[in-house]
Design a binder for this molecule. Structure first.
Ligand code: GLA
Length: 721
């Protein structure tokens, strides 16, 4: 008799007697215990799958009588400020009488759905209730957590200020030591990967800028110092938020470790009126035993399965005119570029900055979103029509959240910018930020965006944001003055959501001077992101390596631009520039009117090649075979879901005479299968390619050599057959 299918493991299991809750992902479990007696929600375990009976019985922590110790520091699921707690709180408040300490009591545990459980808490006497939400999205290892606050009192209780209002605290198991992984950077230098020992104390990653930031990104990995790219346990914590944010990794002297993740930096106070509620951003986290690469792949899978609006669509090859024409755009030069772009095989033409009234440079025009009368005397429609006639989609750059002082909008609504009455409104790039927490501002933005998209048959928007916040207050003595650091981004999300609902065909590229606002909340409402303003193909390898830690190649926009690179002056062969950009969503951003016929022919060939590998790169599984800077070669492998095709990109930025490069050991090919190199026709078994390694293709001599290898399974038995 054939065994029937194994009974499905429920994503959430609750033991009423002990208060134990077990969340089951594909390859790990998360266990907590809601203890009604103490009012604590205690963490039990997060990691390897263990039997239910053990999860219920496991002790959590042993209390001792030390009068200086925090009783449950590092062990609580959602530590508050109050009682004998001295660790970093997830929740800190100030009641109307000025007092702060909270005394949590567990009200109940509610199973909202098969995959969603809520632990409901309230203060013992004060009018504040909060709910800890846990969700287990199907088919992966990512968990979602968020918190909702309710002011349960009346006018007599006054307002409650939420001083810290994190989405979650993610406690980690006890290990002898911990290592923290994150990215840092700057404009045009995003994504520098850093892994360092986590010291005892509080290590804070975050943004005080009102946007996610080039300088950090809202995620961190934690490992016990023993993980590598493909092996070992790794925990990742991320936050789906696009304003200011804070991740605090706490490592206590007593050996407890955890990460508190939430919106807002210090001093971000949120006012809750009687009857008022607030829902935090979602924090995402996962555990894997497959190293940093495994953590990235699990996150990519989650973003594709549960976050991106159109994960099944292949992203078009775009042409963007910014580096070619800068602000000096006009109908004639854009059509000239569009013709050349179409001939290369581009599928989307994007008109960048400079197309609107007053925009001759970056000193004026932002806010006045009608076509520049001298540059586009007939409006944008003739260009859009010509682009469509050439067989491409039409894309347009916009920066809706910004205004120049020299604009009609600012002359009409000077009070719409973030400012404080007696402070100088600092200009950066000669521009100020419009307050998108105000409905009249977002209504205005939505109105002109709808008009511009409809009037010009726009298929694609590049939505930019080119400065950080300053003087970002709400005028007056309001104690929740920094609320705009979070509320602005939520306003942007609402505009994006409404715009997409109105134009279901519209696709959006998120940009903030490159990668200044990349996060899971942005990816929930856009289709791709402009990774960096740095288009130097060599610098890009490191930037893309950092980007890939959390985000998949299918959203990573990358252009081939001119050589020498306008930013770095580096001379890079066309083939290497293409191979670097082909690792993500290929675009072209050079001045095609200056490319030689030979260059145009080579580019057209490479675009065609990209279209062939595009499904594997954009939708496949990614393996970082060799990281940039760690040896002479950098390499990335992509494997399509069926296991039929693999693509390998290899770059050598500079030769080092006498150093040998071992065969490249590929990942997760079927050992018994045979794979043919589509260029050379040579065949190797999966066992050879993974065990011995792929013999390296010959690379051209000199700096910036690169190769692309396409492997196709030829024994007719794909992974799914
Ligand atoms: C930002 C973007 C660039 C370009 C310019 C236009 O810097 O990142 O790609 O669009 O703005 O001003």
């Amino acid at each position: 008799m054939k065994a029937g299918p194994a009974p499905a493991v429920p994503p959430v299991r609750i033991d009423g007697a002990s208060g134990t809750i077990l969340l089951r992902t594909t390859r790990s479990v998360y266990v907590l215990r809601a203890d009604s007696a103490t009012g604590s929600v205690l963490h039990v375990h997060w990691g390897a799958v263990l039997p239910w009976a053990d999860a219920v019985a496991l002790p959590v922590w042993s209390e001792h009588d030390d009068s200086f110790a925090g009783r449950r520091d590092g062990v609580e699921e959602y530590p508050v400020d109050g009682g004998a707690r001295f660790g970093v709180p997830a929740l800190e408040v100030r009641f109307a009488d000025g007092s702060s300490p909270l005394e949590p009591t567990v009200r109940d545990v509610v199973l909202e759905a098969d995959d969603h459980v809520v632990v409901r808490l309230q203060d013992r006497t004060r009018p504040l209730a909060w709910e800890l939400h846990y969700r287990v999205p199907a088919g992966g290892d990512v968990l979602e957590r968020w918190t909702e606050f309710h002011h349960t009192g009346t006018a007599a209780d006054g307002d409650i200020l939420l001083l810290r209002h994190a989405s979650a605290h993610w406690p980690l198991p006890q290990r002898p030591a911990w290592r923290l992984g994150s990215v840092h950077g700057a404009w045009s230098r995003e994504g520098s990967l850093d892994r360092c020992a986590l010291p005892v104390g509080e290590t804070v990653l975050g943004s005080r800028r009102g946007h996610t930031g080039h300088h950090a990104n809202p995620w961190a990995t934690l490992d016990a110092g023993d993980a590598d790219e493909e092996h070992g346990e790794v925990w990742t914590v991320a936050l789906a938020a696009s304003g200011s944010w804070r991740l605090t990794a706490q490592h206590t002297a007593a050996g407890r470790t955890g990460v508190v993740a939430g919106e807002g930096h210090e001093g971000h106070e949120l006012r809750l009126a009687p009857g008022g509620t607030h829902r935090t951003a979602v924090s995402l986290a996962l555990h894997t035993d497959r190293g940093f690469g495994g953590a990235s792949r699990a996150f990519h899978h989650h973003l594709r399965t549960h976050v991106l609006p159109h994960p099944g669509e292949l992203r078009p090859v775009l042409y963007n005119s910014w580096e070619a024409t800068s602000f000096a755009v006009d109908e004639e030069n854009q059509i000239a570029l569009a013709k050349r772009a179409a001939a290369l095989g581009a599928e989307l033409f994007v008109l960048d900055d400079g197309w609107f009234r007053g925009r001759d440079d970056d000193r004026a025009g932002l806010g006045d979103w009608t076509p520049h009368p001298r540059r586009f005397p007939r409006g944008l429609r003739p260009l859009a029509d010509e682009v469509h006639r050439l067989g491409m989609a039409f894309g347009l750059w916009v920066e809706p959240e910004m205004v120049n002082a020299d604009s009609d909008l600012h002359r009409r609504h000077p009070d719409w910018v973030l400012h404080l009455p007696d402070r100088t409104a600092t200009e950066l790039r000669h521009q100020m930020v419009l307050d998108f927490s105000r409905p009249e501002v977002t209504d205005w933005a939505l109105t002109w965006l709808r008009r511009v998209v409809a009037d010009n048959a726009v298929d694609f928007l590049k939505w930019d944001f080119n400065r950080s916040f300053s003087e970002a207050g709400v005028p007056g003595p309001a104690p929740d003055a920094r609320r705009v650091h979070v509320a602005h981004a939520r306003g942007v999300h609402r505009v994006l959501d409404r715009l997409r609902a109105r134009f279901p065909h519209l696709r959006i590229e998120a940009c903030a001077g490159g990668g200044g606002r990349v996060d899971p909340a942005v990816l929930a409402r856009t289709d791709q992101v402009w990774t960096s303003d740095n288009t130097d193909a060599v610098d890009r390898l490191a930037i893309q390596h950092g980007f890939s830690q959390l985000y998949p190649a299918g959203v990573m926009s990358a252009w081939v631009t001119d050589s020498p690179n306008p930013l770095t002056g580096r001379v890079v062969p066309l083939r290497f520039r293409f191979h670097s950009a082909m690792a993500g969503v290929l675009g072209i951003g050079g001045d095609l009117t200056r490319w030689t016929d030979a260059e145009l022919a080579e580019a057209a060939h490479l675009v065609q090649l990209y279209k062939d590998i595009r499904p594997v790169v954009q939708q496949g599984i990614q393996f970082r075979l060799l990281a940039p800077g760690e040896g002479p070669l950098t390499s990335v492998q992509y494997l399509d879901a069926s296991g039929e095709r693999a693509v390998v990109l290899i770059w050598r930025t500079s030769p080092a005479f006498g150093t040998s490069c071992p065969p490249l050991r590929l990942r997760e090919l079927a050992p018994e299968a045979r794979y043919r190199d589509e260029a050379t026709g040579r065949e190797w078994s999966g066992a050879t390619l993974t065990g011995f390694g792929m013999p390296l293709p010959e690379l051209p001599r000199g700096d910036c050599a690169s190769a692309l290898v396409r492997l196709r399974r030829v024994d007719g038995r794909g992974r799914n057959t």
